[in-house]
Design a binder for this molecule. Sequence first.
Ligand code: COA
Length: 654
Amino acid sequence: MNAVVTTRREGAIAVVAIDNPPVNALSTPVKRALLAAFAALERDPAVKGVVLSAAGHTFAAGADIGEMDRAPEPPFLPEVVAAIDACTKPTAAALFGNVLGGGLELALACRLRVADAATRLGFPEVKLGLAPGAGGTQRLMRRTDFATAVRLVTTGKSIGAEEASGLGLIDRIADEDVTRAAIAALSDAIARDAIPKSTAAGASAAPAAAHLQALRAEVRKTARGQQAPLKALEVMAATAGKPLVEGLAAERALFLDLRASVESRALRYLFLAERDAGRLPEIAGVEPRPIRHIGVVGAGLMGCGIGFAAAASGCRVTFIDSNDEAVERGKARIEELFAASLRSGRLSPDACAKRNAQFAFSTEVGALADADLVIEAIFENMDAKRAVFAKLDAIVRPNAILASNTSYLDIDEIAAATKDPSRVVGLHFFSPAHVMRLCEVVRGAETDADVLATAVAVARKLGKIPVVTRVCEGFCGNRILRRYRLVAEAMLEDGALPDEIDAAMTAYGFAMGPFAVQDMSGLEIAYANRKLTPPIVDGRRMVLVERLVEADRLGRKNGKGWYLYSDGAREGVPDPDVANIIAAASAEKGIARRAFSRDEITQRLIRAIQDEGQRVLDEGVVSRAADVDLVLVHGYGFPSYKGGPMFARANSLT
Ligand code: COA
């Protein structure tokens, strides 16, 4: 077995390097080896200083997430951090790549920190329902002001080297090789007898009561139902200004408590499931086709979002639309996306200009003759899509892949319009496609294994989580959504009101309830679908969407849907006219309306989602329960800290 920690000598300086690919996670063997390495160096009189560094692309991504569901094995991280902090030889950390969680805790225990300019530092633990557990909160509070420390810990966001340097977390940003720079900085400090004190040496300042109240409100807002950020804040507030030992004990107690929480188990499960998505045995080892030029047919909102993400991944992108006006609208959309990236600082003007050069627009489908992959993103109409595919089939290279972004139509029927259905696949992105992380990869009956492998690889390259589904109406996500909405509608007929149902679902953890979401996206598509497939729940034909649309209630866009919207307001208010439409439907069906408690609403709707999820699994539409969970969490707002509907059911969370 390879050594997970190596030690080498550069003169009087020892370089201890963590070597645990791919991200130098601090597994039990790594912690053991670090302790052994520092103990050995303590005993070696020839060693005058120690640089803590790492092999590979990243310093350390923190604790080993894969180990957290097993019985904890010593040594624990606080012991390793304490050994580094107490090292009698001066220490420096050489930082690069990601310095996260336990990685940053190790770095903060060193006397000096040198980083290369691209280093990202942070405490992402809350994203896994955890909080730092090896001195991170305490050392951070001794380095920066209380509010900054709280923001870093409770948002889990990482910061760049420049910002970290401004906050006093880094002593030097190196242009040259960072290990060399750390050796030089440490040797220099030793020579000048100017070794800084331990980060733990200082005192942290307690916040004023009013300040703490404001921070509590801020954290409650950003935590959105999650416990870990709020608990981390409380421990930081309770230990600020207190002796280090007290702080370390309180922090550790919280970490152990959180590690055992369902919230953390759920978020860790999703972390691993996200990385495992799309890894199917059928395509293991299948080489994806190289994709450098992507064509997008339809430069609408969805097409532009897809193209924008594709360009960000380094591909050349050619948009095709039917006429000059549509092309101009597409160009304007791409410009808007660049402007937003500039405003948020995600892209520099230089990067925008470079990326802009990757785009081409045309009204001629022939411009796609040398594309490696074409993604069709036109409106949802089978005949129109088949016509596009027949045209594309005739002009693209024989090994080019043809994908449809349809959200529910039959991929096999679309593929049948081509001479080679084996190269056709579905790539169902979610809107806005440059932001939303989910992508359903739909394999048709005849899709080739290497076409599927390529589609999964492309989705990954675009930064998406690829969930492979088979063909069925609505695939995994929209099929479950349809059931969820229909059961919610049945509950209206039984006696609930839209705002009661929406309030119950937001209390459960969804950002919005089903009726507010439907108003946002508009009711006409559901209306058109219902004309095609009559919606039945428990033997009852659902009628309410039709009644609303026929009363010209289309949703937010025309100021009235399930709610009433005054002058373009985003939030609607309950409308007595809707209550009357619902009551009339109940009366027609002879239903005696009754009151529903919040719990009853939640349980019925979550059960509907879980039952449909189980059917999707049983039918083999997706191959594992985690796929359903990823789809619901990343595409439909299911609260991530509950792990998704199937995790919630398996863990009796509702
Ligand atoms: N423990 C164990 N495995 C980890 C890990 C960790 N802390 N962090 C990443 N990995 C694994 C991933 O599971 C993945 O494994 P796989 O290829 O077998 O699926 C691999 O490392 C690469 O990770 P990935 O996220 O795909 O790479 P990336 O380059 O997109 O992102 C990071 C790298 C470090 C930014 C990202 O992995 C991350 O945020 N990790 C979690 C950090 C964290 O929360 N640390 C605190 C733990 S308490």
